[in-house]
Design a binder for this molecule. Structure first.
Ligand code: ADP
Length: 323
């Protein structure tokens, strides 16, 4: 193996830079040139390649976002359009590729691997944690911490003014961020796409909770079947005329920021493993983590199977959230 291409694609996530650094440094360790590909699949199609040097990855482990840039590139779904990407890879002599991104990026990586005929490894870089086969994706832990910190602040004002706050968090059609931030922030309720949302039951719950307490926090996953925080508030309002309802949509602050220890360490370990997998000729695998051990998962499974948030004691959790 002589040249490993690295690209970041789809939604950015804290820790992507730590992964780029680890891949670049471990490639150099093995005498391989790392090639940075700018702006995801778009840069691959346009041949925006840079030879990575040690100095390019100095001082980036602590930075959010991605120094390579990321992009949504719908044309990449078109086989005809992908031909330019294949030609650019061949011309540059890239003989292994690491794609850091979410499930969409892995779909792209999977089709490309077959067309370009070089090994391709995926690193899960998404705050949503919605990839099957891994306990945690790179960026998820940092985003959870960002949400919890924000909810703590909202709680202060909610309590001062006796308000019910609906806080909308990201996660697309997955409830990992919502469920686990609700547990860690002591929220009174959480709405996630994986469970049925019963508006009347939530209204009844808020009424009973509010006897003797000054605030309620409801975490709403953006992909909930009843809608985001604004829609849920509109649906709750007729049932809760005597309550002061407010919404906060946390938005893109969840995607940015300094990566946590956990995300830096996970990205670093996974980046090293990605290089070693490519050197061993492994392809169409995702590097994941289970009980702190790095593992590999078929990219196909990571994309096609559904990752479901886990709770060990559902009944107890329900009590903690509602009482
Ligand atoms: P994420 O990787 O965060 O899930 P997206 O779903 O936006 O983000 O996907 C990122 C990019 O991956 C898309 O802009 C597109 O270039 C590529 N991609 C997504 N789905 C496919 C597909 N079915 N075939 C080829 N490329 C795809």
């Amino acid at each position: 193996m002589k040249k490993i291409g690295i690209l970041t694609s789809g939604g950015d996530a804290p820790g992507m830079n730590a992964a780029i650094r680890a891949i670049t440094k471990s490639a150099m360790h093995y005498g391989i040139q790392a090639i940075g590909i700018r702006d995801g699949f778009e840069g691959l199609m346009k041949g925006r390649f840079v030879n990575m040097k040690y100095t390019d990855v100095d001082n980036i482990i602590q930075r959010g976002g991605t120094i390579l840039g990321s992009a949504r590139c719908p044309e990449f779904k078109n086989a005809e359009a992908r031909k330019s990407a294949v030609a650019n890879v061949k011309e540059a002599g890239i003989d292994g590729l690491v794609v850091i991104g979410g499930d969409g990026s892995f779909r792209g990586a999977n089709v490309l691997a077959k067309e370009v005929d070089i090994p391709v490894i995926g690193l899960p870089g998404t705050i949503d944690n919605d990839l099957y086969g891994t306990d945690s994706t790179i960026g998820y832990d940092t985003a959870l911490n960002t949400i919890v910190e924000a909810v703590d602040k909202i709680r202060d004002t909610a309590t001062s003014h006796k308000r019910v706050f609906l806080v909308e968090v990201m996660g697309r059609d997955s409830g990992f961020l919502a469920l686990n931030s609700a547990i860690a922030s002591g929220a009174e309720s959480v709405l996630i796409p994986e469970t049925i949302t019963d508006i009347e039951a939530i209204a009844a719950q808020i009424k009973s909770q509010n006897k003797g307490r000054r605030s309620s926090i409801i975490i709403v996953a953006e992909g909930d079947e009843e809608g985001g925080a604004m829609e849920i508030m509109a649906k709750l309002r007729p049932h809760l005329e005597n309550f002061k309802l407010r919404t906060t949509i946390l938005g893109h602050i969840q995607r940015g920021g300094v990566p946590s220890y956990f995300d830096r360490a996970l990205a670093t370990r996974s980046g090293i493993m990605a290089v070693e997998l490519l050197m061993a000729g492994k392809t169409e695998k995702m590097v994941g983590v289970k009980a702190d051990e790095l593992i590999t998962v078929d990219l196909k499974d990571a994309i096609e199977k559904k990752a479901i948030p886990k709770v060990e004691r559902e009944e107890l959790l329900a009590k903690l959230l509602t009482k």
